[in-house]
Structures are given as C-alpha cells and as structure tokens.
Ligand binder design. Sequence first.
Ligand code: NAD
Ligand code: ZN
Length: 221
Amino acid sequence: MALTGAGISAESGIPTFRGAGGLWRNFRAEDLATPQAFARDPKLVWEWYDWRRVKIAEAVPNAAHRALAAHEGLTLITQNVDGLHDLAGSRDVLKIHGDIWTRRCTQCGHETHDRVAPLPAYPPLCPKCGGIQRPGVVWFGEGLPGDVWDAAEDAARRARVLLVIGTSAQVYPAAGLIPLAKRAGAKIVEVNIERSAASEMADEFHQGPASEIVPGLLASL
Ligand code: NAD
Ligand code: ZN
C-alpha cells in the first residue's frame, strides 16, 4: 500500500501548500480551503481553485507516479487532488481528499467532471439546477467521503508494507493511516526530501526526491 501527499507531485511542477510557490496573493491555503471562506466569497475561492487547475492542467506525471501505476497489486491512497495518479494509469485510486477536476452543486449535489481550465466565469453553475458549484475536494474542517475513507482504513489494517511518499503527515485524519497500519503490523517505508511527522514511526527512511527514489524502491519490494 502507498500513501502519497503533495510532495510526489512537486517534481511535476505542482507546488505543495507549505513549500515555496504555494502561496497565492498572500493567502494561506488554510484561509481559502474552508467552508467558511467559500460561504463568504465563493468567487475568490473559485479564482484560487481555477489558478490551481490551470497549473495542474499543464503538469504531467513523473517517474514516481508511473512506478506506482506499474506496480501490480498495490493499493494506492492519495491526499492529492491533482489527478496525476489517474493520468499515470493507476486504477481505483482512493482519493481521500477528493478531486480538483470534479465540481459539485451546493443545491442538488449533482457532480460534473472535466478538465476545463481556466473556467469561463466564477462561480460556475450547476447544469441541472443553476445552483452554485463548489470544488469536489475536502476542505479543512470537513469530513472525508465515508466510503473512500472506510476503504483506506481497511487497506491500512491489511497492509504488509506501507510506503509513505511526500507527505508532511500533519493533515488528519489522513496521517492517522500511518500509525493504524503500523499497529496492524505493516512495515513503514518513508520517502521524503526531509524528515516529517511520520519519520519517528518509519522502519526505513529514504531521503530524496520521490521521482528518483520510488522507482528503485518499488523494484526491490
Ligand atoms: P503535505 O502535507 O503532503 O506535505 C508535502 C511534503 O512533501 C513535505 O513533507 C515535503 O518535505 C515533501 N516533499 C516536497 N517535495 C518532495 C519531493 N520532490 N519528493 C518527496 N517529498 C517531497 O502537503 P501540503 O502541501 O502541506 O498540503 C496539505 C494538504 O493539501 C494535503 O491533503 C495535500 O495532499 C493537499 N495538497 C495537494 C496538492 C496536489 O494535489 N498536488 C498540492 C498541495 C496540497
Ligand atoms: Zn444543481
């Protein structure tokens, strides 16, 4: 099983929230990725998401995404919303924080999925009922999609090896999958350019960029 975070997509040119280039007009992600921010100013929040969608639309998967996609029998859980694991060919990715290419109606719940970027107008409206659409991602303070989360916990309890790649392990409940897998007997193997909140728990720590380390590591498993 592998758990990936924003770091795996950094070498594809997508900034992490906490790294350099992650700020937009001096807002922190925590100020924009919340239900309160959206209720206050949906246009502003959509402008930020559209800026990210444009960046992400230009990005292609790197060697780490590709190696994970090629590894038979691997359960892949990602905190990323960028869709790069899908583009690399991974199937059944458990996207516990949703998908930036999905929009969901705040009135009727209808979902649309496309890669239109930039959007023609903010906020985008539901094709069914005309209600305001929101990004199909999980915001700070929101619960995770139940079915996806249940599947992720299930996988963590069954994992023999858990690869933790490019995550600061600071965002909960996602980060809780690591101690869960550890308690259930998994070997924790971490890949990161620097130590993270998960490193204390890791049985192996491989320091370096994901694209350089993950392909060789998977080949050795
Ligand atoms: P995060 O908490 O997952 O932290 C990023 C981690 O990646 C850091 O520990 C950093 O040291 C590591 N890292 C950076 N470059 C790396 C590389 N080349 N190889 C390996 N590791 C590398 O992410 P965050 O940015 O703090 O964001 C928190 C939440 O927002 C998470 O849900 C995250 O997935 C999401 N987010 C997603 C995207 C995306 O979809 N690409 C981008 C930004 C944030
Ligand atoms: Zn609707």
